[in-house]
Design a protein around this ligand. Sequence first.
Ligand SMILES: Cc1cc2nc3c(=O)[nH]c(=O)nc-3n(C[C@H](O)[C@H](O)[C@H](O)COP(=O)(O)O)c2cc1C
Length: 509
Amino acid sequence: MNHDSNNTQRVKLTGADIAKHNSKDSCWVIVHGRAYDVTEFLPEHPGGSKIILKYAGKDATEEFDPIHPPDTLDKYLDKSKHLGEVDMSTVEKQEKGEDPEEKERQERIKNMPILEQCYNLMDFEAVARRVMKKTAWAYYSSGADDEITMRENHSAFHKIWFRPRILVDVEHVDFSTTMLGTKTSMPFYVTATALGKLGHPEGEVILTKAAHKHNIIQMIPTLASCSFDEIMDAAQDGQVQWLQLYVNKDRAVTKRIIQHAERRGCKALFITVDAPQLGRREKDMRSKFDDVGSNVQSTSGDAVDRSQGAARAISSFIDPSLSWKDIPWFLSVTKMPIILKGVQCVEDVLRAVEVGVHGVVLSNHGGRQLDFARSGIEVLAEVMPVLRERGWQDKIEIFIDGGIRRATDIIKALCLGAKGVGIGRPFLYAMSAYGLPGVDRAMQLLKDEMEMNMRLIGAAKIEDLNPSMVDTRGLGMHTAVVPSDTLGLNVYDPLVGPRMKSVKERPKL
Ligand SMILES: Cc1cc2nc3c(=O)[nH]c(=O)nc-3n(C[C@H](O)[C@H](O)[C@H](O)COP(=O)(O)O)c2cc1C
């Protein structure tokens, strides 16, 4: 080893130096051109030791980046384990083409549809599914348990139909609005979604730039891949950003985060209240297990459990004891409006009004938490009449998120009384597949849909939208399609209708 521990005369480490330390007895990894001895840290790694051992003796940057905030190593690994710079020209490049799955993915990327072939938000999802890395796709697309709530979020909108008005002058349509005291050009915002760099190497700042172009508000996640300051720095000319907060067990840390965000100019604080424990997203777990441990036999059962992956690992700080009695404290440490994200019934909305928060997001975390939680749009239809009955509809701003893919979905929510809606996965998919131009186009498509549909429903401005423009009678009907119902889909024989004799069936278009 030509490593010199004397700081004054440091010689760079070589790839060969690192490669020797490739076992659990001596485990070195490279991150961003620097070497780290993580041997003693292995048992403590919240994501388990297996994932680190996969990169023992190698460059782990690509795996490390999306799921660790930039200052992780400085914060959690003792300085004595920071071994110094590595001469990266001596490090063997990991051939991406070697992995047959990666090779196929690269082939699919080459054959991707051009951006202009994406006509709606679902198209981005279809492309992203084919071109994203398997583990990233699994993390973004998964929902909890049987993913019934995740599907319900989208299909709930199909149970609401319009009652449009005719002969309204809609030559000029204006769908700008105000959320939490700020003007915005459209009644939707980019909601907080963790780990942006899994989908794109630049991460959340892509969403910031696109949001700026369209004058849309962005909610910054606590568990972003970029640092909070990087995301704030990427904003321009008074662009509005909100902070999503996972509350830390250590309230001093939480207070620091809140006050830093306020000083940096964040305009609202969204406290996530639907995740005292992270949901069990089996698709995500399965993909991690395939990737990291498929040929590792588990003897203790422990190994399998730890493959639950990044999300759970990095969220271990979240305080499950958070309760209503903490709300006054939050109100006392900041002047930012406080919004509870993840409220799911009218009783809790009323309580939120009583404790004096400024808003709620009716949300089930994109179907990633409690399966069989109802959709935000259904809860909205339950909440607004009760608020109106009490004359409380202006005491609090009501937002919803989950499953919103079309401007008609947004319009339905606004008709029922939402101030605005959050959109999560579609922007992640647009970013993962096409980068900034993708998110830009996704936003533009929504804008175009918005203009056309406002005209067709007979509303020239947001204030014209009201409950009499929608028929919600079907909303309470829940019919769950169970995608992982192995009995229904794989075991019971399907019922088949009569077949044509020997004529070829007409192919589907
Ligand atoms: C990949 C992913 C990561 C998410 N991360 C967070 C998070 O860190 N904090 C949070 O409050 N909500 C998080 N959410 C939930 C979203 O804020 C939002 O409630 C949900 O995505 C809305 O549903 P949609 O994806 O169908 O639009 C996440 C959602 C996804 C899909």
